[in-house]
Ligand binder design. Structure first.
Ligand code: FNR
Length: 381
């Protein structure tokens, strides 16, 4: 439990010569200057005309917090318990592939920054370093593994086994990527980081994957990844299979309909991540925050509901938690921070985000996440 740090404490916790980026907009601009147009476009953009990408952030302003006062908020408890583990903050780093686009140390740098705050790092299937490399570099800090189902089922099950052996704490099965979204920015830039090999680390170290190939040349590996990564045949059958195969908790990422959330529970899923992949898959889908209330209602506390897509600041986190989410995942803000300042860049982002969240929870009149869940939120069009 921590006494709430104020904004002047943020200045104390960073070096006097370190440049402080305060808002998301400034961060995005700094990343734009640092990255090639292909890499920046890949990270920033959404699918189609980017309607959903925009709605993800704009929709937060339709929800207003109704604060309570005269509640002692001098000590704040931001701990969350998920699947028997307690984490200090209701924040996780979202799975993001191909992080070498942003920084040479990529996943290792981001995972080390998250470890400093006890924040779980969710490693993507298409990470730039392998499960074993990241585990070796980061010891026993909390890590989860995100799975893209492979067309050869044994590759998926082998990757899950590797994550389990490396001490990862949960499996996140992403369900909204049966094929790649229609990404106009990448078409314009003719940019495919997957084809350039930024996301091959887990595949080229996977015995089940390698055994499906005729040789282990670079081009054969890349083609093998492309043949496996999109999985239009994925159904609840594979979810049940995955459940039988591992003792780790399983979360489904990308759920937007309450009935899918209920089906997930029927199939033994342990948690749900309400997400539209940061507006990168089907353009025109519901903003993630607009999907959250109905799913919270339908699930009624049976499994934890996590949330991502559009979180840009602490006050967004307060809204998502007040609507009932147990924790949130951060995507682009940490990728930009990695591009701008490597591991230290991500640490500075987390420091600022945590402190803003702490101040926001306290100003809303809550002293814990449980109290925040009881806060009233009003909706207006
Ligand atoms: C992603 N996301 C993602 N999700 C996933 O399950 N596996 C992955 O490999 C990736 N890769 C990826 C790359 C990049 C560059 C971005 C921006 C996003 C989606 C990610 O986990 C998360 O859902 C969104 O980023 C959340 O939205 P915000 O926070 O970026 O608005």
């Amino acid at each position: 439990m921590t006494a709430v740090k104020r904004e002047d404490a943020l200045l104390e916790s960073i070096g006097s010569t370190e440049s402080l980026i305060v808002s998301y907009e400034e961060l995005e601009e700094a990343a734009r200057k640092k990255l090639t147009s292909g890499a920046f476009g890949y990270i920033r953009s959404g699918a189609g005309r980017e309607e959903t990408l925009q709605k993800n952030t704009l929709s937060f302003s339709k929800y207003s917090v109704v604060p309570r006062f005269l509640n002692d908020v001098s000590i704040l408890d931001t701990r969350v318990k998920l699947f028997g583990k307690t984490y200090p903050y209701p924040i996780l780093l979202a799975p993001v592939g191909m992080l070498k686009l942003a920084d040479e140390q990529a996943d290792i740098a981001a995972a080390k920054a998250a470890a400093k705050y006890g924040i779980p790092f969710i490693q993507s299937t298409v990470s730039s370093y392998s499960i074993e490399e990241i585990a070796r570099e980061t010891g026993n800090s909390p890590k989860w593994f995100q799975l893209y189902w492979s067309n050869h089922e044994e590759i998926s099950l082998n990757m899950v086994r590797r994550a389990e052996e490396a001490g990862y704490e949960a499996i996140v099965l992403t369900v909204d990527t049966v094929m790649l979204g229609w990404r106009e920015e990448d078409l314009r830039n003719r940019f495919s980081p997957l084809k350039l090999g930024y996301g091959k680390a887990n595949y080229e170290t996977d015995s089940a994957f390698l055994s499906t190939l005729s040789d282990h040349q670079h081009d054969t590996i890349i083609q093998g990844i492309l043949d496996n990564i999109f999985h239009p045949h994925l159904t609840w059958k594979q979810v049940s299979k995955l459940k039988q195969h591992t003792n780790l908790p399983i979360l489904l990422k990308g759920i937007l309909h309450p009935d899918d959330a209920l089906l997930a529970i029927e199939h033994g899923v342990d948690g749900i991540i309400v997400s539209n992949h940061g507006g990168r898959q089907l353009d025109g889908v519901i903003a993630s925050v607009d999907a959250l209330p109905a799913i919270i209602d339908a699930v009624d506390g049976r499994v934890p509901i996590l949330f991502d897509s559009g979180i840009r600041r602490g006050s967004d986190i307060v809204k998502a938690l007040a609507l009932g989410a147990s924790a949130v995942l951060i995507g682009r803000p940490f990728v930009y921070s990695l591009a701008v300042g490597g591991q230290r860049g991500v640490e500075l982002l987390l420091e600022r985000l945590i402190q803003e969240t702490n101040v926001s929870i306290s100003l809303a009149g809550a002293a814990s996440i449980e109290e925040l869940h009881r806060l009233q939120i009003v909706y207006h069009r």
